[in-house]
Design a protein. Structure first.
Length: 116
């Protein structure tokens, strides 16, 4: 399973030219298909990906197809979670290596401390 966060920026679909906000799938926290927005606190439980309490985590997200026409333009996102709060959602810059630390979908970002 996965969770969803709303991209705060409307993106124009290359197929129908409609600008809409998109839902972004991501795998971090309690994987319960929860819907979030920037500023929301994420929860952790027995269906977790990752661990609670990290200072800064980068999470890879995949954009949903256009809600108007269904075109899938394969948008990839960088989601930043700080102290279990979603702080940003943006199109990927390509700078984060999500496989660098052995996790498939997330990495601790520079300056982050593992919880004790």
């Amino acid at each position: 399973m996965f969770n969803l966060v709303l991209d705060p920026v409307p993106r124009e679909c290359p197929s129908c030219a409609t600008a809409t906000q998109r839902w972004v799938q991501y795998k971090y926290g309690a994987l319960r298909m929860s819907r979030h927005q920037v500023g929301d606190h994420i929860h952790h439980d027995e269906f977790d990906e990752g661990a609670p309490g990290h200072d800064r985590v980068g999470v890879e997200g995949l954009g949903a197809p256009c809600p108007n026409c269904g075109h899938d333009d394969d948008l990839v996102y960088d989601i930043v979670i700080e102290s279990d709060v979603i702080s940003s959602v943006a199109l990927t810059s390509g700078e984060i290596d999500y496989l660098e630390q052995g996790n498939a979908y997330w990495v601790l970002l520079p300056g982050s401390q593992r919880p004790t």
